[in-house]
Design a protein around this ligand. Structure first.
Ligand code: MN
Length: 260
């Protein structure tokens, strides 16, 4: 898609942090730099960690925020489906952008992430889709200015290429101000040790309850990986694909089952 085509393209913006999240405003700003036809359909409530889940056991209610912005009681996947299959069915979006997430989506995070899932769903529907996440360190404020400074340029350059049908792009901005960003690095999905633990608390009636206490573990050092790039102050751009088949193992398994 050329910048001229993109300028007229209908862009769908979604996220997983919810309709009130500041990162959604950041992505609206990025999308508005790309095109004049921007629609926002975002979850009514925070859906971080929802992954690619789909609401099938309860209805999806949609609230009109303004002419081009809607809040959906559902997941990012529900939002994209509602937008493409219903709200905008007469003129479907040409691009799906998801984010900007508050916090990175790197390495194994991509399978938990509702932000990534928003782009996955766009990809499944045959639309070029990009997920955006902004690194930050608690309790410091999130540097949304880094995302808004680089977002449109990264999107334009990625969208200028033709991608295979089952590919989408994952962008992570580093936790530095825009002027300190070292550049843009094309990366692969990194590997991270599972850093989660279950923390027990006691409620006022004496019953235990539990938190998934997510904390990123140590990562394998891969200079071409997404974690290394973001840690080193680069914008990380990773092409991901929906086909989770591991081809080398598939071929080995074929042999193993032939013998049986
Ligand atoms: Mn989130």
């Amino acid at each position: 898609m050329t910048p001229t085509e993109l300028a007229k393209a209908r862009i769908l913006v979604t996220n997983d942090d919810g309709v009130h999240a500041p990162g959604l405003d950041a992505l609206e700003e990025i999308a508005s730099e790309l095109s004049t036809d921007v629609w926002i359909v975002a979850p009514e409530f925070n859906q971080s960690g929802a992954g690619h889940s789909l609401s099938i056991n309860h209805p999806i209610r949609a609230r009109k925020v303004n002419e081009t912005k809607f809040a959906v009681e559902g997941t990012p996947t529900d939002c994209v489906l509602f937008a493409v299959k219903h709200l905008l069915k007469d003129r479907k979006p040409a691009v799906v952008l998801s984010g900007v997430n508050r916090g990175t989506n790197l390495a194994d995070d991509v399978t938990y992430s509702g932000t990534i899932a928003g782009a996955m769903e766009g990809c499944l529907l045959g639309l070029p889709s990009i997920a955006f996440s902004q690194a930050f360190t608690h309790p410091h404020p999130v540097k949304w200015g880094t995302a808004t400074h680089f977002g449109a340029d990264v999107a334009r350059r990625a969208l200028a290429m033709d991608w295979p049908r089952n590919v989408f792009v994952n962008v992570n901005f580093p936790d530095v101000v825009a002027a300190s960003v070292k550049g843009i690095r094309v990366t692969r999905q990194g590997v991270r040790a599972f850093g989660s633990s279950i923390v027990e608390r006691i409620d006022p009636r004496g019953s235990p309850y539990y938190w998934n206490a997510y904390s990123p573990g140590e990562h394998e050092v891969d200079e071409e990986g997404d974690i290394s790039a973001v840690r080193a102050g680069y914008v990380s751009v990773t092409p991901l694909h929906l086909d989770l088949t591991h081809e080398a193992t598939r071929r080995k398994l074929v042999g193993a089952f032939e013998k049986a």
